[in-house]
Design a protein. Structure first.
Length: 317
């Protein structure tokens, strides 16, 4: 059985998102909270098997279930719906635009249950609904940083306040990339290994530049300069240059940052006057994309050096 999510979504929001017909609405049905990311097709329940039945899931009635019910007598259908709707389910959704059985509506009235309908096929609607629920109920945290999309890669810039995250982001926007969030990044874990970042609605599309103040990136640079959310593919930690710190020169070491139990490739970029951070972030994004496509420049360079020395040594023998 599923575990309750810390987050929830109102049934009214799902009805609005999927444009569902309300055939019967229970009292206060729009405020009912959904906390399960999975849904259920109650085939076994309609024949009386309720072991491990999770009544907190959304219930879908498709063609298979309707075909079975159509073969029953009215009395048997009434008994099936009586046993199903006696449970406190959030809603029963009838797919394919099918008409509800009279016995279904009768028992919905008896137990004050919500009956909805969609024109979509059962499989298509089920997949879309699960995807939406996983997004709404996903574990999430808020990180202080800046999220930008660079060449299709979501780059999360982290670092101390004043290190230059926002300035780097605005330079990237000027170079044709897109801002997702500045100062506060809301991060959701969608699925097993996917992190999606977005900005809190209150500060969406705004960016703070010391000495100038808050600017609206969408108004200054246009709609193409912003986006609502973005998968996080790379974490770039910006830190003040320290002469006593040894920084990676080749990039052979694979480093990761763990966010919501998901490992994200990470690197540290030292900051000092004269370094063009926007170009560095651009190259980092392209290099990360290259690695995902199977090419690692650091490994190729090291292999080339090793082959050179091997040839030199063999020539001396």
């Amino acid at each position: 059985m599923d575990v309750d999510s810390h987050y929830s979504v109102k049934l009214g929001k799902l009805i609005e998102d999927f444009e569902l017909d309300v055939l019967r609405g229970a009292e206060g049905y729009q405020e009912v909270l959904i906390q399960r990311e999975d849904v259920n097709r109650p085939g076994l329940q309609l024949v009386g098997f309720f072991d491990y039945f999770d009544a907190k899931r959304m219930q879908l009635l498709g063609r298979v279930e309707s075909t079975y019910l159509a073969q029953l007598s009215p009395e048997e259908r009434l008994k099936s719906f009586d046993e199903l709707l006696a449970h406190d389910i959030p809603a029963l959704v009838i797919t394919r635009g099918m008409e509800p059985f009279p016995e279904c509506m009768e028992m919905a009235e008896k137990y004050n249950r919500t009956i909805l309908r969609t024109q979509e096929t059962t499989t298509a609607f089920m997949g879309a609904l699960i995807a939406a629920l996983r997004n709404y109920l996903a574990p999430r945290i808020t990180r202080h940083g800046v999220l930008v999309e660079v060449y299709g890669e979501g780059v999360l810039l982290l670092g101390e306040s004043g290190v230059g995250k926002s300035e780097t982001a605005i330079e990237l926007v000027k170079r044709g990339h897109r801002l997702v969030a500045d100062d506060a990044v809301e991060i959701k874990r969608v699925g097993v290994k996917r992190l999606v970042g977005s900005a809190p609605e209150l500060i969406r599309h705004y960016i703070e530049l010391r000495g100038i103040g808050v600017v609206d990136v969408q108004q200054l640079f246009g709609m193409s300069a912003v986006r609502e959310d973005q998968d996080i593919d790379l974490v770039v930690n910006l830190e003040q240059w320290n002469d006593n710190t040894m920084y990676d020169r080749l990039g052979l070491e694979e480093l990761y940052t763990v966010i919501l139990d998901v490992k994200v490739p990470a690197l540290t970029v030292p900051v000092k006057p004269g370094r063009n951070l926007a170009i560095i972030v651009e190259v980092a994004a392209m290099n990360n994309r290259h690695k995902k496509m199977g090419y690692n420049a650091a490994q190729a360079f090291t292999q080339q050096i090793n082959e050179h020395f091997d040839q030199a040594l063999s020539g001396q023998m």
